[in-house]
Design a protein around this ligand. Structure first.
Ligand SMILES: C[S@@+](CC[C@H](N)C(=O)[O-])C[C@H]1O[C@@H](n2cnc3c(N)ncnc32)[C@H](O)[C@@H]1O
Length: 169
């Protein structure tokens, strides 16, 4: 989800039999298609805020990295994920830690003359867990990732592994 230029796609290819990368930016997908040339990978243009262009009950694993910061409605995301995953599939999420967001950190990029900040949403840790639970997911793991492994600073990233129980109920 939000595969961008396919950086993580390359890593996932170490074990995946098939990967579908979703992103709503044609520019990002164009770069990904140049970077990742492999018959097991398909990139599809898809807005994650609308029904995803993926068959139901398809995936063993959905991964999402640095994308939910740009998505307002977490409930919709977990609902779609529960339908696209096979029963007992996994949903891995790694995002900018909300503690970092509380200090004002946001996704940004440099244009020719200035730094542009993107529209972002703060999701509290409880927001992720509540939306997951409401859509039949069980939390399996949560981790916090620090710059240079320095645990005296605010963590940069938070990651979750959720298990899809929704089709087993
Ligand atoms: C910061 S990049 C992360 C890219 C990649 N996941 C990574 O970790 O390198 C965020 C990506 O999310 C995509 N994105 C943001 N909102 C989206 C939406 N509503 N639907 C689909 N993709 C979206 C952006 O186009 C961008 O490629």
């Amino acid at each position: 989800m939000g595969c961008g230029t396919g950086k993580n796609t390359i890593f996932l290819l170490k074990t995946a039999k098939k990967i579908i990368g979703l992103d709503f930016s044609q520019e990002m997908l164009n770069k990904a298609k140049v970077k990742v040339i492999d018959g097991r990978v398909e990139f599809r243009k898809s807005d994650l805020n609308k029904n995803w262009c993926v068959e139901d009950n398809l995936a063993d694993l959905i991964t999402c990295s640095l994308t939910l910061e740009h998505i307002k409605n977490l409930n919709f995301i977990f609902n779609e994920a529960s339908r696209k995953l096979k029963p007992q599939g996994y949903f891995f999420i790694c995002e900018l830690h909300p503690f970092k967001q509380y200090t004002g950190s946001k996704a940004r990029y440099e244009s020719e003359s200035k730094i542009v900040e993107l529209e972002t949403y703060t999701h509290h840790i409880s927001d992720y867990i509540s939306a997951a639970k409401a859509n039949g997911f069980e939390l399996k793991e949560v981790d916090e990732w620090f710059d240079d492994a320095n645990k005296t600073e605010i963590p940069r990233l938070i990651s979750f592994v959720f298990f899809n129980n929704s089709n087993c109920l």
